[in-house]
Design a protein around this ligand. Structure first.
Ligand SMILES: [Zn+2]
Length: 342
């Protein structure tokens, strides 16, 4: 079993100067694609489930799929993370289910849509930190809001993270990781032209990293939306308008400045959809789901492997032994919320 807390995984990444992809899962093929990619590249990995995923697959199925990953791939350190928890209650249920990390997204009210105010965000995030750290579980908070709406999460409004507020937020909440808004969006339609450093407000990451050097920064909405994946979908009857994601080199720039967790979801969706459309087109007489799910799984694995290499996590799977949750709980109690594991 190689279940690891996200705190340890990110502390190790910080020590090694690399980033770690956090990939969303809803079903068996996604879990297998991500784990096969982790095995092929010897990468530690974060697999995460949104509230939408928990609803789609059912909590018990989803948890056991993720647990199976730690059994079938014992050499890989895996953190199980709740993506965009909308309330302390959602985070509590994830912890009870066995997740080793939770995100309390208090940048939005518990409807997951309405932007909240700073004091609300501090209050709910602090509540989750108290509860989670007592169990040794890692907490990610979010300050500022991203564009786009995905899985019913998001206000569609962009509010970049203010560095002064980030410092106050981390001090008052004790979060292990902080999602920052630098102009990215959830979903496939992020930019209408190729974004550069100014469009992406990379200076915000640099400033927050200078002022909070031990806080792990998280980039959401960080799919790169490769043109070749969009082209396959459109070539086989799909209709995706021209769009740009976050270039891998910009993510690498962020990793140089304290970004440790990089959320990627859309790229896997695009890869799977293109492969399925292609399979349907190539042999319309096939009706065995394995005929189209196998190439979908392979296409997802390919894109995940490429990200693992680009983010620098490749080759680091066997660097360390996971610290059990109970031991993490003791460390938080003895050293406070801002402990360093490595
Ligand atoms: Zn997100």
């Amino acid at each position: 079993m190689a279940l690891v807390t996200m705190r340890q995984l990110l502390d190790e990444a910080a020590g090694g100067g690399y980033g770690v992809g956090a990939f969303n899962v809803n079903n068996l093929e996604q879990v297998q694609a991500i784990m096969d990619a982790a095995r092929a590249t010897e990468s530690p990995v974060i697999i995460q489930a949104s509230r939408g995923a928990r609803k789609y697959a059912n909590d018990r199925f989803l948890y056991h799929l993720m647990e199976a990953a730690t059994e079938v791939y014992p050499e890989i350190s895996v953190a199980l993370h709740q993506d965009h928890g909308n309330s302390p209650e959602t985070c509590r249920s994830a912890i009870e289910l066995g997740f080793t990390s939770v995100m309390m997204d208090g940048s939005l009210m518990d409807d997951g849509k309405t932007p909240s105010d700073f004091e609300y965000n501090v209050r709910v995030t602090r509540e989750v930190v108290e509860m989670a750290h007592e169990a040794g579980v890692t907490v990610e908070g979010e300050l500022g809001t991203l564009g786009g709406i995905e899985d019913d999460v998001g206000s569609g409004e962009v509010n970049l993270t203010d560095p002064d507020q980030a410092v106050e937020f981390v001090e008052r909440t004790g979060v292990d990781a902080l999602a920052v808004a630098i102009g990215t969006s959830h979903g496939a339609y992020k930019f209408t032209k190729e974004p550069d450093r100014e469009v992406l407000a990379m200076h915000i990451i640099e400033e927050i990293n200078q002022r909070l050097p031990t806080t792990h920064l998280v980039m959401h909405g960080s799919s790169s939306v490769p043109k070749e994946l969009v082209d396959i979908i459109n070539e086989y009857g799909g209709k995706i308008d021209p769009t740009w994601g976050v270039p891998v080199r910009e993510i690498q720039e962020g990793i140089k400045h304290g970004v440790r967790k990089v959320n990627v979801d859309t790229d896997l969706r695009l890869a799977a959809t293109g492969a399925i459309r292609k399979a349907f087109a190539e042999d319309p007489s096939e009706f065995d789901p394995r005929y189209y799910l196998k190439p979908a799984r392979a296409a997802m694995q390919e894109v995940v492997e490429a990200r693992m290499v680009a983010f620098g996590q490749a080759g680091h799977a066997k660097d360390y032994d996971p610290i059990p949750l109970a031991d993490m709980a003791i460390r938080y109690r003895e050293q406070g919320h801002s402990l360093t594991v490595t």
